[in-house]
Design a protein around this ligand. Sequence first.
Ligand SMILES: Nc1ncnc2c1ncn2[C@@H]1O[C@H](COP(=O)(O)OP(=O)(O)OP(=O)(O)O)[C@@H](O)[C@H]1O
Ligand SMILES: [Mg+2]
Length: 335
Amino acid sequence: MSGLAIETRGLVKVFGKTRAVDGIDLAVPAGAVYGVLGPNGAGKTTAVRMLATLLRPDGGDARVFGHDVLREPDEVRRKVSLTGQYASVDEDLTGAENLILLARLLGHHKRAARRRAEQLLEAFGLTEAAGKQVKNYSGGMRRRIDIAASILNTPKLLFLDEPTTGLDPRSRNQVWDIVRAVVSHGTTVLLTTQYLDEADRLASRIAVIDMGRVIAEGTPGELKSSVGAGAVHVRLRDPEQRTEAEWLLTRTLGGQVVREPDPVALTARVSADGDGSSDRRTAEQAAAALTALAEAGITVDDFSLGQPSLDEVFLALTDRTAREAETTVDKEATA
Ligand SMILES: Nc1ncnc2c1ncn2[C@@H]1O[C@H](COP(=O)(O)OP(=O)(O)OP(=O)(O)O)[C@@H](O)[C@H]1O
Ligand SMILES: [Mg+2]
């Protein structure tokens, strides 16, 4: 076997005129969190539903642990679990009743079902709420009971479709801890999210999707360096020295230097080389720049080195696709 939990090639799903998933290639390694990051309507849920055999692809192919989703759906279903709005938690039952019932449906004997339910309620911080009807749960509790229900039997692959959308920071943190715990027990997690920080924290690799296509893929570090650049922010003691400082920064950093509205401030982009070692290179270049300023007798009052955030990466990538789409339209219009 390939060591891949998911492998897709040219996966397509069309709804009327909408190409919801428009030729997606994915290679998701087993044993980690894989993030699928994209804005509303990017095609995340559609892709997940095809992989979980809930929706039939219109083109391409997809394998889950080597099993084709179309030809071997039962094999796939035996290995996956999906948490989303489709979880089969009954609002009128209590948290404990839900988990026991589902465990019984999965074939656990009465005592084993009760034990597993208790274990999960405890692990998910729901022991006190165990006797409350799920309809009275808060959003965060509801999300946790949904995830608990989907891991009654430890799945090899768990799909979490936007598990933290709409949760407050504390509840998001609780869900993140659960995700980490699930992965530490050997389950592969495919997590869709609109939150860059979430993908950054949890995922070992990320596919950024937009308009049904993968527009970038890699580790969080690779994605950051692919967009290039950290930024060096400098504040000088003397505004008179700004022109000289600007020149020195341009020379040592080789990137664009921007004059901030504040007459003593400069921001320099550090050009990254995209090979993943850029964090260190950025730091080295920044140190060289500071030395050059000091040698020229320029006093620096404040200095900071910022890594590009995944937000910047995301904006740069989606902006780029938008521009490319416009260019294509332009070409088509003039052809
Ligand atoms: N059953 C359906 N019938 C028609 N169009 C659909 C259907 N499901 C999804 N779409 C369309 O396909 C596109 C992708 O939707 P999808 O739900 O996969 O996006 P998403 O990335 O999950 O978005 P969100 O972050 O809002 O959940 C959207 O344009 C959506 O309107
Ligand atoms: Mg969705």
